[in-house]
Ligand binder design. Structure first.
Ligand code: PLP
Length: 391
């Protein structure tokens, strides 16, 4: 059975061109980029070309890009070094963050005694920036603000330009987890005064195990992996040349086709909203994900009007790979923190969240299969519930 893949916020399939570029590096560019001979230097040039390419995309200097193994490592490095090396005593974050940020913030609270304050979202998943500014001003402690750009479960976008402005005005450092938005939209960090950001190649058809951290020049941030002087001594260890080249190729392909990809995905997303609304009575959509041009275009967070914790498994058995929320939490028995924040008790008890996340490869036929499968599951549940009532 051909799988239907609707879990692109968890990861994306590799593009053929990315595979070809990586295989070529594996075969031909085995030199260690730290070696001074020509084979080593050829590998070094490949890395530096990608660094320049990433820097051009973000309108920053190549020296501000540090290659890492993933988004999780980038976020860990930034938050931990802010506390360990930059004197941060307070962190302002939110309950909507990805686990790799949330757990790292908690770790800094437990092990380093950092004060942590959380901004609460409203029912749409948005933050009140006036409240945020008041919270920022409420203490003289050196503060790091860590708030994600695009939420991985409901797709809400934060106004990072305005948050960065407020942070600058109040002398706070600003880190944004940009893993879901990187490559999917234009980001100009010469205009958006964020201090630190993160990227993961596998979210835009690049390889797993390859990402980078953006670290603004002069910030004084240090690495958490010590050893050799690679990556300006900020990330020791022989570079993943093949992974970095894969990231570069994936970024090039995405940026060259961004308008075409985005318009295809937006059309498919609207089709999904229309079909679900037509076929599933009482369906709702979470956060800003169903609003035109409001949330991240790749994510649609659906709220199904029935309770079925097994829905992911049932859809998988029908050949559809899809998540209810974040891939990192989907094996957990606890409900997602994001859903707990935006849904009331009754909704939590009577509904089922489903995250449809698209790519440029998603087709209307695949959406028809999804909607048909969900309608079938809903009808079966109705019959089962009626049988229980008649027993
Ligand atoms: N941040 C967000 C918002 C994510 O969605 C993810 C991946 O799911 C990560 C961070 C972690 O990235 P990685 O899988 O590269 O560690």
């Amino acid at each position: 059975m051909n799988k239907i893949y609707l879990d692109n916020a968890a990861t994306t399939p590799l593009s053929e061109e990315v595979i070809d570029a990586m295989v070529s590096v594996l075969k031909n560019n085995y030199g260690n980029p730290s070696s001074t001979h020509s084979l080593g230097q050829a590998a070094k040039i490949l890395i530096e070309n990608v660094r320049r390419q990433v820097a051009d995309y973000l309108h920053v200097s190549p020296a501000e890009i540090i290659f890492t193994s993933c988004g999780t490592e980038s976020n860990n490095m930034i938050i931990k070094s802010c506390v360990n090396h930059l004197g941060v005593e307070r962190i302002i974050s939110s309950p909507m963050e990805h686990k790799c940020v949330a757990e790292t913030v908690l770790d800094m609270k437990k092990r380093k005694g950092v004060e942590v304050a959380y901004l609460r979202p409203d029912q749409k998943g948005d933050f009140d920036l006036t409240q945020f500014e008041a919270l920022l001003k409420s203490s003289d402690k050196k503060t790091l603000v860590t708030l994600m750009h695009a939420n991985n479960e409901i797709g809400n976008l934060l106004d990072i330009k305005e948050v960065a402005r407020i942070c600058k005005e109040n002398n706070a450092l600003f880190h944004s987890d940009t893993v879901q938005s990187m490559a999917h939209m234009d980001l100009d960090f010469s205009d958006i005064q964020v201090d630190f950001a993160s990227c993961s190649a596998h979210k835009f058809h690049g390889p797993k195990g390859s990402g980078f951290a953006f670290i603004r020049k002069g910030s004084g941030l240090k690495g958490i992996i010590t050893g050799g002087p690679q990556e300006r001594s900020l990330r020791a260890g022989t570079e993943n040349v093949c992974g970095i080249v894969g990231l570069g190729k994936a970024l090039e392909l995405y940026l060259n086709n961004m308008n075409e990809y985005a318009s295809h995905i937006k059309e498919i997303k609207q089709y999904t909203i229309d079909q679900l609304t037509k076929k599933i009575n009482g369906v709702k959509f979470n956060g800003r994900s169903a609003e035109k041009d409001a949330g991240l275009y790749t994510v649609l967070s659906v709220l199904l009007p029935f309770k079925d914790p097994m829905i992911g498994l049932k859809l998988d058995m029908k050949g559809i790979a899809i998540s209810q929320g974040s891939a990192c939490s989907s094996g957990a028995s606890k409900p997602s923190m994001v859903m707990m924040m935006i849904l009331d008790e009754e909704e939590m008890a009577k509904t089922t969240p489903l995250r449809v996340s698209f790519s440029h490869l998603t087709t209307k036929q695949e959406i028809d299969s999804l909607v048909g499968a969900v309608a079938e599951i809903a009808a079966t549940l109705q019959i089962e519930n009626a049988n229980v009532l008649h027993r």
